[in-house]
Design a protein around this ligand. Structure first.
Ligand SMILES: Cc1cc2nc3c(=O)[nH]c(=O)nc-3n(C[C@H](O)[C@H](O)[C@H](O)COP(=O)(O)O)c2cc1C
Length: 197
């Protein structure tokens, strides 16, 4: 059996289907955006996909701040991103979704203290990727940004202390150059990451 499966899920040439495998294969990080606004119906659709994500004990610890206001987006990039990686392109993304965690769930911290697994982080990752895949299906580009200063971003979106920003996901229509971009980032072969029993 060929377990490298490097092209698993690739849509046939010229096709842009919407099966989960096809959407997963089509998603790439988008780092150049058109300034066209994203219709609110699309934003509601991708937030709904995030809302439906599974979570440990169904705690749904995710919270979202949808930032469209240009001045706030600029502040997120200039004050809320850590230095060292050039990410000024994010200013042009018409939407920044701050994905954060409500930290006050006792069940979550209790669970983590027993099992050693920090469930809310897992939950946030699932919800974020639901949002990203739903956006991909709609032809939107996205990029996860984890190189952030959570406290600065919490100030910008006026979140209380119990809510911690975890990532920012940029959302918008990819620029022409990005549209031709193929998923080129190298992935480890299945043999490197899977053990079969
Ligand atoms: C949790 C997380 C944090 C990330 N943080 C950043 C970031 O701060 N800046 C950035 O440009 N890309 C960031 N990325 C995007 C990754 O660099 C990208 O997903 C990876 O290189 C694979 O490329 P691809 O998304 O195009 O397949 C992040 C991705 C994830 C999942």
């Amino acid at each position: 059996m060929d377990r490298t499966a490097e092209n698993a899920g690739d849509p046939a040439p010229g096709r842009t289907g919407t099966s989960v495998a096809e959407v997963v294969a089509r998603r790439v990080s988008c780092r150049a955006y058109k300034t066209d606004p994203v219709p609110e119906a699309h934003l509601l659709q991708i937030l709904e996909a995030a809302r439906l994500a599974p979570s440990a004990c169904n705690q749904q610890p995710w919270r979202f701040a949808v930032v469209r206001e240009p001045g706030l987006r600029r502040r997120i990039v200039e004050e809320g991103f850590l230095p060292g990686i050039k990410m000024t392109w994010a200013i042009d993304a018409p939407v920044h979704v701050v994905v954060g965690m409500e930290t006050s769930f006792l069940t979550h911290s209790l669970g983590a203290s027993v099992s050693g697994v920090d469930y809310p982080w897992v939950d946030i990752g699932i919800a974020g990727e639901h949002l990203v895949l739903a956006a991909t299906e709609l032809g939107l580009g996205t990029c996860w940004i984890g190189w952030i200063k959570p406290k600065a971003i919490a100030r910008i979106v006026d979140w209380p202390r119990s809510m911690k920003p975890v990532v920012v996901i940029t959302v918008g229509y990819p620029s022409e150059a990005e549209l031709g971009k193929l998923p080129t980032s190298r992935r480890k072969a299945l043999d490197e990451i899977v053990r079969w029993f």
